[in-house]
Design a protein around this ligand. Structure first.
Ligand code: PEP
Length: 253
């Protein structure tokens, strides 16, 4: 059985103070909720303080980062190393988000380096893939997603893949209010699982959690999560308010 995982990607929002208040409020809203993994991914500046808050309040909320570099240390101004995220208290790291690909030049090759580095530091990657609108409209969704999955996960063992989280995020649905239908999301998630079975093995494909992301809200979460190959959500906008994020979490189980 795959435990669904709901992760909040805060992007470049929230000061340290706002972040701490958020996790305090969220803890109250999701206390007692079980059968789902909950992750918040604040900006780098808030990670250590949020980790301390999560530790002191106890409970079931894990911490993730939104990006990292693949080297252990060095002269890479502005970058953050995997070990630094681990030390700050992160369990997860989002890699290859479409905004990173679009604005910061990330490619499947750089995402792949990051995936290997994260795993080497016991960070669990949430690897994002997804087609752009013109790719969906030209019927190349599966081809695009296949290339991203193959490239991003190259060189991993089946055992490593089994522990991963993959987020299928159609770019046209991110931050647009336009959600993929549950049937369309299920179709691509099922395609990804089949691909992972071909590339690695059936056990890994059966174990890996595949999220959907793209304008997930409390009102559409239940239908999406009811799909057999959708194992949670990566949530942007609706993860910024504790009550809407808690609504999604509760509707996922
Ligand atoms: C995201 O940032 O990964 C995302 C899915 O954003 P939103 O929920 O706002 O579409």
């Amino acid at each position: 059985m795959r435990v669904p995982i709901i992760a909040g990607n805060w992007k470049m929002y929230k000061t340290v103070g706002e972040a701490v208040n958020f996790v305090r409020e969220l803890a109250g809203l999701v206390a007692g909720v079980s059968g789902v993994e909950i992750v918040v991914c604040p900006p780098f500046t808030a990670l250590a303080v949020v980790a301390a808050q999560l530790h002191s309040q106890g409970g079931n909320i894990a911490l993730g980062a939104q990006n990292m570099y693949w080297e252990n240390e060095g002269a890479y101004t502005g970058e953050i190393a995997p070990g630094m995220l681990k030390e700050a208290g992160c369990r997860y790291v989002i890699l290859g988000h479409s905004e990173r690909r679009q604005y910061f030049g990330e490619t499947d090759v750089t995402v792949n380096k990051k995936v290997h580095a994260a795993l080497a530091h016991n960070l669990l990657p949430i690897v994002c893939v997804g087609e752009r609108l013109e790719e969906r409209e030209s019927g190349t969704t599966e081809e695009v997603v296949r290339g991203q999955v193959q490239g991003s996960l190259a060189g991993l063992t089946a055992q490593q893949v089994a522990g991963l989280v993959v987020a299928y995020e159609p770019v046209w649905a991110i931050g647009t209010g336009r959600t993929a239908s549950a049937a369309d999301a299920q179709q691509v998630n099922m395609f990804i699982r089949g691909l992972l079975s071909d590339l690695f093995d059936e056990a890994a494909a059966g174990a890996v959690r595949i999220q959907y992301g793209g304008s997930v809200k409390p009102g559409n979460a239940a239908e999406l999560m009811a799909q057999p190959d959708i194992d949670g959500a990566l949530v942007g906008g609706a993860s910024l308010q504790a009550d809407s994020f808690a609504g999604i979490i509760k509707n996922a189980v």
